[in-house]
Design a protein around this ligand. Structure first.
Ligand SMILES: C[S@@+](CC[C@H](N)C(=O)[O-])C[C@H]1O[C@@H](n2cnc3c(N)ncnc32)[C@H](O)[C@@H]1O
Length: 351
């Protein structure tokens, strides 16, 4: 099991947001746009895998448009506990509507509802270990890895994850892609680390340290041997084999001297990983590197670029099936009724 803390997720959220500005966002919004010939626009079901504190929900909801129902899934209850509060603060800052506690909302079982000028999103929170697909109540029962077998997928929905893919194994991802194909789901994997990292000013030890970090990334993070920097490339191969049409974009972090805290955390994380794998005779070199990098952060002269890749994929034949499929966009109804009416609609799941 890999541990992520809420402070780290908060630190990276701004860098993630800048990095994710890519042509894939309009392509996703276009895919989600309604078939103009149909009187009832569709409500899209979205699964956010490894949702953490909800950064992917906050990034995508205003960009996706229309009516959305999110299932935000993570194994870590401490992170999930912050999802509603952080999303509500974010909504207030951006002038979006937010509902955390009306009777209408409670009757849906959702944790919150957000709404902007041309979108609204109902978000459910679900604690679950995606590696074993066990429900928390079964957590003590030994069970072999069954990948995502027990996770129900929304038919013709969107399966998304940000900064998760490098943690999973090839088997797990193959199983997910295959199940998504059967359920006719689109996929959006954001911010998969791709093994590239560059620091300015450079240091002769940089590439050896990044090589250790990349080796460390391939260790088991709970899903079997992790894909690490190969994640996006492996995903592309699997998507192509499953008949998906896909587009990729570079979404690199550019972390300047104005984000010293993020730089410090990144360097500390890299060092921790490198130390675990470095031979004892390399320890002094690592310490010297750390001292130099820390001094550069304090002096405000360090710039870091970290390679990421986003992938957006549509199931085979999806251009032909753009007609609405289920549900009704809640923002086409009077606002006070939207959450209430959603309570009557059970999520459509297909295994
Ligand atoms: C790098 S964080 C990304 C979080 C969030 N998507 C974001 O972009 O801020 C990876 C997330 O995957 C979750 N995770 C890791 N292994 C998991 C597992 N086996 N089951 C469910 N969630 C998992 C972690 O708890 C963490 O929230």
């Amino acid at each position: 099991m890999s541990e992520f803390n809420a402070d780290w997720l908060q630190l990276r959220e701004a860098a993630d947001e800048r990095a994710r500005a890519s042509p894939l966002n309009p392509a996703l919004a276009e895919w989600n746009a309604d078939d103009a010939s149909h009187p009832e626009p569709r409500l899209i079901e979205i699964l956010d895998l490894g949702a953490g504190t909800g950064a992917n929900l906050r990034y995508l909801a205003p960009r996706l448009g229309r009516g959305q129902r999110w299932r935000c899934i993570d194994q870590n209850p401490q992170l999930l506990a912050q999802l509603t509060g952080r999303s509500a603060d974010w909504a207030h800052r951006h002038g979006y509507q937010v509902d955390l506690d009306t009777r209408g909302l409670r009757s849906t079982g959702a944790a919150l509802q957000l709404a902007g000028p041309d979108w609204d999103a109902l978000a459910y929170i679900e604690q679950r270990d995606l590696a074993t697909a066990r429900h928390p109540e079964n957590a003590l029962r030994p069970e072999p890895r069954v990948h995502s077998r027990l996770l129900s997928l929304p038919a013709q929905g969107l399966i998304t994850a940000s900064a998760l893919l490098d943690l999973v194994s090839a088997d797990w991802l193959a199983s997910l892609v295959e199940r998504c194909r059967r359920a006719d789901c689109a996929l959006f994997f954001a911010l998969s680390y791709d093994g590239r990292a560059a620091l300015r000013p450079s240091n002769p030890a940089d590439q050896a340290i990044i090589a250790l970090v990349n080796r460390h990334q391939r260790g088991d993070k709970g899903f079997g041997p992790a894909l690490g920097p190969t994640a996006a490339a492996v995903a592309e191969t699997l998507l192509a084999a499953a008949g998906y049409g896909y587009q990729g974009a570079r979404t690199d972090w550019q972390i300047g001297a104005d984000e010293p805290e993020l730089q410090r955390a990144l360097i500390a994380g890299w060092l921790e990983a490198a130390r675990e794998l470095a031979p004892p005779e390399a320890r002094a070199k690592l310490r010297a590197w750390q001292r130099e990098r820390q001094a550069q952060i304090e002096a405000g002269v360090l710039a870091i670029q970290v390679g990421h890749r986003d992938l957006l994929a549509f199931p085979p034949g999806s251009e032909k099936k753009r007609s609405p499929r289920r549900g009704v966009h809640p923002s086409r109804r009077p606002k006070r009724l939207a959450a209430q009416k959603l309570a009557d609609q059970k999520p459509v799941a297909k295994d």
